[in-house]
Write a protein that binds this ligand. Structure first.
Ligand code: PEP
Length: 237
């Protein structure tokens, strides 16, 4: 299975940020790692990113989509629109969307199916809060999220992102990552790529990416700078 390193720029990035893509392109050309690379910028930069990444290994994606193809949904963007703009992947169910927009599993599943309908690959995020982990409920919470959020058929990627590890510098132990990825693998086919996300950096990527059933990473903060993002990709030596 080809592994995937996906960058989530979140609500960061103006046109000048595309300079980082120019830099990433030259770093990747020099290193030639056998890994898929994805960047999910804010939607305003998607089409420009597609142009900037043309002819390179960098694929482009989006951070969310609406479940419907079109309609009276002010401010929303459909999967079909993102696909037409050049997105090949869509992140759905990120914990920031689950928290900020009260997105529940049933909606995450509908969005994942919308991405598939539009010919894109959904990256479905799951993960427990700190409180849930401390109370020994992490596996139950993630199992329930999987049951509620995964599409009934078709291809998808799953990202395990403990909420308490996102943007905090905190990372679960390698044993805890292995345990959770083993649980997720038990609920998904062998060909489904399982990403770990939460404070992945060049300094910890080498260890995390070697854990059993970790088939890549979903990277937030460290994807904004080409050197850091490339440092994570470079862990595949
Ligand atoms: C994320 O936003 O998906 C993420 C994992 O963020 P960070 O890498 O900054 O923790």
């Amino acid at each position: 299975m080809r592994h995937l390193i996906a960058g989530n720029w979140k609500m960061n990035g103006l046109r000048s940020s595309l300079n980082e893509i120019t830099k990433l392109k030259s770093l990747l050309a020099a290193s030639q790692r056998a890994v898929d690379v994805l960047v999910c910028p804010p939607v305003t930069l998607l089409e420009r990113l597609v142009v900037a990444a043309k002819g390179t290994v960098v694929k482009c994606g989006a951070q969310d989509c609406h479940a419907s193809a079109s309609g009276a949904h002010t401010g929303d963007v459909s999967a079909e629109m993102l696909s037409e703009a050049g997105a090949e992947f869509v992140i759905v169910g990120h914990s920031e969307r689950r928290a900020d927009h009260a997105e529940a599993d049933v909606l995450v599943k509908a969005k994942a199916e919308a991405a598939q309908r539009a010919g894109m690959m959904p990256i479905i995020c799951v993960g427990e809060t700190q409180n849930e982990r401390e109370n020994g409920r992490a596996i139950d919470v993630v199992t329930n999220q999987l049951l509620g959020s995964l599409p009934n058929s078709g291809e998808f990627v799953v990202a395990y992102e403990p909420v308490w590890a996102i943007g905090t510098g905190l990372v679960p132990t390698l044993a805890d990552i292995e345990e959770m990825h083993g649980v997720i693998r038990g609920k998904t086919a062998p060909a489904v790529r399982l990403l770990y996300g939460g404070s992945v950096k060049p300094s910890n990527a080498g260890d995390i990416l070697q854990v059993a059933n970790v088939n890549g990473a979903l990277v937030g903060g460290a994807s904004l700078k080409a050197d850091d993002f490339h440092g994570i990709i470079d862990a595949y030596k």
